[in-house]
Design a binder for this molecule. Structure first.
Ligand code: 6GU
Length: 226
């Protein structure tokens, strides 16, 4: 699987994807991640990538030309491909969306900035889908893009040492994760639930399932409805 991230801040992307589990997945060849500065594709003498909005108003808008040229440099994409732009008005990114993207061979992510993209980019690149990571406004699309790269990468075979830990995580089975404990068995008088020390794997499994259900019912009843 390949991610191509079109951004004005490739160094921000590089720093994150070089570390920890995503960095290791990259080294192992599970995933390839490239950050491309679309400013490099601007035909403007001053390498401009934005301009003031027609009709007036505050902020700047990303122009079509550098984005379209940068995208063309990636063609042909490895198929099946998904092409996404980050915007607070997009489809909400969630576990289901992450699973969908994990089926792709190539994911292209356009990181928005300023007031966003010239609307015509969607017509120029009709395969473009809009994605949001939640109902708040960020200054740029790098954190959304990284959230997507991270969430999708950990679903790929070989990214996480034990895939059972991915399957057990929150949302994989539609439930929140069960609580975790590690050594020591007692810390400042706080004890680990007895069942976890019992060695009875069936009982542990049952306890965890019950805890996951209870937590979901209490904290996220909406997940049980859907
Ligand atoms: Cl995808 N972009 C920006 N700029 N802000 C956001 C977002 C995306 N998702 C939530 N807030």
């Amino acid at each position: 699987m390949k991610f191509s991230i079109l951004t004005l801040f490739p160094e921000v992307i590089e720093a994150y994807v070089s570390a920890s589990i995503v960095g290791r997945a990259r080294q192992k060849g599970v995933v390839s991640i490239e950050a491309i500065n679309f400013r490099d594709f601007s035909t403007d003498v001053h390498r401009k990538v934005d301009d003031s909005p027609f009709g007036g108003g505050s902020g700047m808008v990303l122009t079509c030309q550098p984005l379209e040229s940068a995208y063309e440099s990636l063609l042909p994409l490895q198929q099946p491909a998904r092409v996404l732009m980050t915007t607070p008005t997009g489809r909400r990114f969630d576990h289901r969306f992450a699973l969908e993207l994990s089926e792709a061979q190539h994911v292209v992510l356009f990181c928005g900035h300023y007031e966003g993209f010239d609307e015509r980019i969607k017509t120029l690149i009709p395969e473009m889908e809009e994605v949001s990571i939640g109902d708040y406004v960020l200054t740029g699309g790098e954190l959304p893009a990284l959230s997507i790269v991270d969430a999708v990468t950990r679903l790929l075979p070989g990214a996480v040492q034990k895939f059972t830990s991915v399957e057990a995580d929150s949302f994989y089975d539609g439930l929140l994760d069960y609580p975790h404990f590690t050594r020591p068995a007692e810390y400042k008088g706080l004890k680990v639930p007895e069942v976890l020390l019992s060695g009875n794997h069936a009982a542990i499994e049952q306890w965890r399932k019950a805890q996951a259900l209870e937590r979901t019912r209490r904290l996220r009843p909406d997940l049980l409805e859907s």
